[in-house]
Design a protein around this ligand. Structure first.
Ligand code: ATP
Length: 321
């Protein structure tokens, strides 16, 4: 595996089978939730990438597959050459995870005792543990807090404590899920400065999920946007507005599975699955001429037009919600 593909996803899918009681019926019916619906991408060693999208887009499910907690339903996944769900313990030594909404620390113990337990769990050599802890304490401003039980820490202090806990074993990859959520301005700035420094000096690969676009602006040159389990955008943050605003999608159902639709003026086929195909066209253009061209040349059964909802997502994020 090359350095270009330190984290590699090839057509990764996760489908949950859910049982739901339909209205007015006694029996619960099975149905599928495609939480992650065919994502392909590669993250190079040392990159810092933002992974964003609306609630329910599939971000946490992706992160859980990358840590090995969940097994993909389809596709291929590698982190540092390791298949996460098959070699979860081996992978655990090489990754660090921070979930902003949850702590991995022991609630009743002082930070120092939590760290000592983690040192034993990960079998971190004493000298390395010391050096890593000292570094985090200094850069994350944790001096004076090591003897305080976690339950007495503020949210910002606890988050800095959690980030330290994730780094004691020198992980090469750090997954951060909402690391600045609910933090005050000063704590946010400290966390961001620390992550920048970590990435620059140790080359730690960082995958960052956040609803705060300032995190992305200040930390990531690259952002991936996921929506409905699919990768909608992968590139510089600056290009997001354009992409979000520029296209609508015509979703067509054909009588049968056919090669991608070609030769439609003003639209291009961006995706196919079985008899269903997706054609992107400029948001400012009318769908009618595209529909009639498709209907003329192909056995059309059904269609719908999907608005660029990613635009709303990004607009909401920019307005600070
Ligand atoms: N264990 C599960 N069983 C069934 N459905 C699930 C399960 N976990 C997640 N889902 C569904 O999969 C979809 C993606 O959820 P996921 O938690 O990955 O989204 P997310 O992008 O992390 O959202 P948020 O920003 O709200 O955390 C949602 O529709 C969710 O309801």
């Amino acid at each position: 595996m090359t350095d270009d593909g330190f984290i590699v996803l090839e057509d990764v899918e996760k489908v949950f089978q859910v049982r739901r009681r339909a209205r007015g019926r006694l029996r619960r019916e099975r149905h599928e939730v495609r939480a992650v619906d065919g994502i392909s991408c590669a993250v190079a060693r040392g990159e810092m990438v933002g992974y964003i999208g609306p609630n329910g887009a599939g971000k946490s499910t992706t992160i859980k597959m990358l840590t090995g907690i969940l097994t993909p339903s389809g596709g291929r996944l590698r982190v540092a050459g390791i298949d996460p769900s098959r070699q979860r313990a081996r992978l655990a030594r090489r990754i660090g995870v921070v979930f902003g909404q949850r702590t991995t620390l022991w609630w009743d113990l002082p930070l120092r005792d939590s760290y000592a337990l983690m040192r034993r769990m990960y079998r971190v050599p004493e000298a390395r543990f010391r050096a890593n802890l000292d570094r985090c304490v200094e850069l994350l401003d944790l001096g004076g807090l090591l003897e305080v039980p976690v339950r007495q820490l503020s949210l910002g202090q606890r988050m800095r404590g959690d980030i330290t806990a994730a780094l004691l074993h020198d992980p090469e990859v750090l997954y951060l899920d909402e690391p600045t959520i609910g933090l005050d301005v000063v704590s946010k700035a400290t966390v961001r400065r620390f992550l920048r420094e970590l990435n620059a000096s140790l080359g730690t690969t960082v995958l960052l999920t956040t609803h705060d676009l300032t995190d992305i602006e200040q930390l990531c040159e690259r952002v991936m946007v996921i929506d409905h389990g699919r990768l909608m955008y992968d590139g510089a943050l600056g290009g997001l507005h354009e992409v979000g605003e520029s296209e609508r999608t015509l979703v067509v159902d054909l009588e049968r599975e056919l090669p991608p639709i070609e030769g439609i003026e003003g639209a291009r086929t961006v995706r196919t699955r079985g008899p269903r195909q997706w054609l992107a066209f400029p948001a400012s253009a009318s769908a009618a001429p595209i529909v009639s061209q498709v209907a003329d040349g192909y056995p059309l059964v059904d269609l719908s037009v999907r608005e660029p909802d990613i635009e709303d997502v990004i607009a909401r994020m920019y307005s600070g919600l």
